[in-house]
Design a protein. Sequence first.
Length: 118
Amino acid sequence: MSPQERDSGVDGVFTVSGLIRLARIHQAIAQALLAHAEKVDRCGAAKSPDTVDDVGGRNLTGRERRVAELLVEGLSNRQIARQMEISERTVKNHLHSIFYKLGVGDRTQAVIKLMRRS
């Protein structure tokens, strides 16, 4: 890192391939966590009272369900965060989990799938 970069507040630079690799790592971690949770459920662990069976045998938590409802209403991440009194980052985390559980890649696909289920 050059002295000019240090002075400008730049901590580091990601290449496009680096970002793609980071996204794949994140996805692999999320899949591993979900697989572990499903394994625990199959072993007879009691389900949390805020989970509901609904998406192809997978569960949306109560908060994920609420985020999904607001998503279908057309609210932005910021609007969802304000209404639920949580951070936008938490909304993004819930959306990522919802997308994974629904088997979709974006908001539009999620809304379509959620509306078809209703």
